[in-house]
Design a protein around this ligand. Sequence first.
Ligand code: EPZ
Length: 448
Amino acid sequence: MADARPFHWEYQPPAVPRERYLVTGGQPLEGTIKVSGAKNAALKMLAAATLTGERCRITNVPEIEDVRAMTETLRDLGVVVDHPEPNCYEVSAGDVDWLFVPLEAAAKMRASFMLLGPLLARFGEVVISNPGGDRIGRRPVDLHVDAMRALGAQIDYRYGYYYAKAPGRLRGTEVRFPFVSVMGTENALLAAPLAEGHTVIRPAAQEPEVDDLISFLQKMGAAVERTYPDTIEVDGKRRLRGAEHKVMPDRIEAGTFAIAAGVTGGRVVLEDAACDTMAALVEVLGRAGLAVSCQKDRMEVDARAVGPRNLTPVDVETAAYPGLATDIQPPTTVLLTQARGVSRVHETIFEDRLEWTAELAKMGARIELKGPQRAVIHGPAELQAAELDISDLRAGASLILAALAADGTSSILGAHHVRRGYENIERKFLDLGARIERVQEGELVSPA
Ligand code: EPZ
């Protein structure tokens, strides 16, 4: 099945406001921030709530654009989504009457594809847009579709949409992935709890967010267990019940702010950071010369002793969990520009996740790309402020880090990318003493 990008002659993505960050760097960040709930856990729990008609209450949900897009998509399906207080969403998928997830949803957010598994399992059919690729790679969904077919679904692909049906119930089976896929695992994980019989998913992604999703499903009454590090087993049930769950802290956000301490020679305390989910990054930060200390739900990163542009070079390679997360690779690449010597980055997960470093080069970073997945970083670079363009969520956060390390004021266009996945990022940086504001077409829109 050619997994071509969706072909939609009529769809024009909505214009996004031309928002930019103005960041004046050159001083160490110091202070304490609270880490928000994990984007890549919360989005899947909102989808998982459609597995029951009973009310689910999900707390510690980050107030970010992707969550808003997911709740909008759910409401368009007829799901009741209440937002009784900040960071809390209550979902009741009692009578979903419109089993259609349009390109508009998929174009905003790839995670809309997480609705394939639960809607197929609960309602037996769904028409859902191919989310297509984005700036970090082609990002096909063939593994998701193969998993649904293995569970007994019939899926046709026409004009950018998957037409999926599961007459009767999905049937439990062994879902074998050729390699680890986080959302591939999670789509199978959300289809199996209502399938008939036993399902084995392997190799299953081991990311902590997957275990957080398993914990939520167990509270909903699903018979789901991680029986081996890379295997998840499910015994199907006829129905699940409503449940309440608090989303785990966002380890990528925590890592981003930990690196902010490193690139500015400051000291940052991260409340709610779960060090045990960040071991690979903590190891890299230590090798680079940062002092990292972990207590329960608290991480302190101190770069004052080593000072800016005096870090130790480190060679890093991304990998599926428990390896170094691909999502923290862009911030780590910025950190390594401040090391005294040569560092190497090998991005093994996505084929285009180093392209954005051309923006770093505008600031004076010396990065040699050896193909699309390998970079050689010559440091330390005395970064200079520049006019920069954000291409995706993690690259955007990374350019803010670089601007904080640079002398002068950088203007970074594309703030909307960053607001997809980081809650109150300006407010958090301001609380650490950073000089940052968000401007929309010339008008200041930063938090008060
Ligand atoms: C999830 O994406 C995350 N997104 C990504 O975070 C994260 O980078 C990625 O996992 C890896 O950890 C969410 O959870 C919403 P994959 P996902 O399937 O599941 C290929 C962020 O910034 N692949 O594990 O889409 C794929 O192209 C985002 O928060 C197929 O070939 O990633 C990639 O090369 C960015 N066919 C590799 O597998 C498929 O059907 C691993 O991707 C699916 C994936």
